[in-house]
Write a protein that binds this ligand. Structure first.
Ligand code: BJ8
Length: 433
């Protein structure tokens, strides 16, 4: 651990004792999940390095940008448009909310029977163990689920926080309201940075965002092949890094990885044998360092080939690169783009079920894991509708309600194992019939 890192963390007001415990635990967690993967692509070295120094390189980079006059905006949801934030001269980073380590600190202010993502997110601030939270000038929340929007009120008593009001539906009146709320967010950003958002800058930043998403879609595309050229764990790691890395560098490194994977596909080279049961994982986001689901699936003889999640296709599928002659049109384009993110917080939200069925076919999956964080109201309740649709489509599925703690790992493994056995058996039976 370098002295420069420690000095920076101290300057940011990090609780050094607790932070040392967190940093000491990460290599073991990473090795536990990724250590036994075979034939990992060379291109993953970059992403390993970024995660290996997760509180170092990038935090220094942000500190440098702040010294040069930039501001840092931190977020928890894909509904906060990074191209708009960048246009006002600020950096945008997604904050981690995937660690069990900070759940107890979150529970000092929140009920225990609340989604672990919300508790973990607040816990990072309460425990002062996240340099990204500490370095940010503004935390931007959103009114997606009830737990989150109330948590942002508490967070606002600890650090400057702004909440974008998101409509609960996608009809015309809701869309108009959202456009208005994006205008207000633009004004807020301009007063934060002292810089004006212009048509030219926003068009350019939207283009950069689309380049980043295109690179991520290339990784998704190669995963449609059997054998899979990259594990679900590695693909998830790339998606997780996308939330806090520099977008231009991230796109460049992801394109390099995609070049390598496309070559693998040409040669028929994979990370698991051809015919390994292929699973689509759908549900709540898998924020870093939450690797539990692909880790269990891939240690149990399956492979995750896609994620219908905000750390996955729900983020990459919305096309950026908005163009328009005036700011109003550009902001309306951004609103339309974001309203195509089919989060369970919306009603109705039947498009999500359509997406799952489409992805199942496109990725030639054998089954779906509906993975929802415990106590997540929107996703666990919506699961019923998704299950009905999957039954109708005769798509095999397994529903898992998961927690960040390690306590449910044994039980989850048994259920995933049984599901994979069932898929293998029905695959053999179909071959015979
Ligand atoms: S757009 S999925 S990133 S809100 S898991 S905190 S919903 S109780 S994370 Fe999300 Fe934006 Fe939607 Fe995507 Fe609440 Fe559920 Fe917890 Fe959740």
């Amino acid at each position: 651990m370098s002295e420069e890192n420690r000095k920076l963390w101290q300057e940011l007001g990090i609780n050094m004792e607790m932070h040392d415990q967190l940093i000491a635990a990460l290599p073991g967690m990473f090795a536990g999940a990724f250590g036994k993967l075979k034939n990992r692509p060379e291109g993953m070295k970059y992403f390993n390095m970024v995660v290996g120094d997760i509180h170092g390189i990038r935090v220094h980079e942000l500190a440098g940008k702040k010294k040069a006059g930039s501001k840092v905006v931190a977020t928890f949801c894909v509904y906060v448009p990074e191209d708009l934030t960048w246009s006002a001269g600020a950096e945008q980073i997604g904050l981690c909310g995937g660690a069990h380590f900070t759940v107890p600190a979150g529970e000092e202010h929140l009920p225990a029977n609340l989604c672990p993502l919300i508790k973990s997110s607040l816990g990072f601030k309460v425990a002062r163990v996240c340099p990204y939270t500490q370095i940010s000038d503004l935390i931007v929340g959103e009114t997606t689920c009830d737990g989150k929007k109330k948590m942002f009120e508490i967070l606002g008593t600890m650090q400057p926080t702004y909440t974008i009001v998101l409509p609960p539906a996608k009809d015309k009146a809701s869309r108009d309201l959202f456009v208005q709320k994006l205008k207000e967010y633009k004004d807020k950003l301009e007063s934060l940075t002292g810089k004006k958002v212009t048509v030219e800058i926003l068009t350019e930043k939207s283009r950069i965002l689309e380049e980043k998403k295109k690179a991520m879609r290339r990784i998704e595309n190669v995963r449609k092949n059997d054998p899979a050229p990259i594990s679900g764990l590695d693909a998830l790691l790339v998606n997780q890094v996308s939330f806090y890395d520099d977008p231009v560098r991230f796109a460049q490194m992801t394109n390099q990885l995609a070049d390598e994977l496309e070559q693998r596909v040409k040669k028929g080279d994979g990370v698991y044998p051809k015919g390994t049961p292929r699973l689509l994982v759908s549900g709540t986001p898998q924020a870093i360092p939450f690797w539990k689901i692909p880790e269990i699936v891939e240690k149990t003889g399956g492979v995750v080939v896609a994620e219908e999640s905000c750390v996955g296709t729900r983020y990459t599928s919305t096309k950026a690169g908005q163009t328009g002659q005036d700011l109003d049109k550009l902001l309306a384009g951004i609103a339309d783009r974001l309203l195509e993110t089919h989060c369970a917080c919306f009603t109705p939200n039947s498009e999500r079920a359509d997406d799952i069925v489409r992805l199942f076919k496109e990725y030639k999956a054998n089954g779906v894991i509906l993975s929802n964080l415990q106590f997540c109201g929107p996703y666990t309740v919506e699961s019923k509708l998704i299950e009905n649709r999957l039954r109708k489509e005769k798509i095999p599925f397994l529903r898992l309600d998961v927690d960040y703690s390690a306590e449910d790992a044994g039980q989850l493994k048994t259920r995933v194992q049984a599901f994979l056995e069932m898929l293998k058996y029905s695959g053999r039976k179909n071959e015979r019939d």
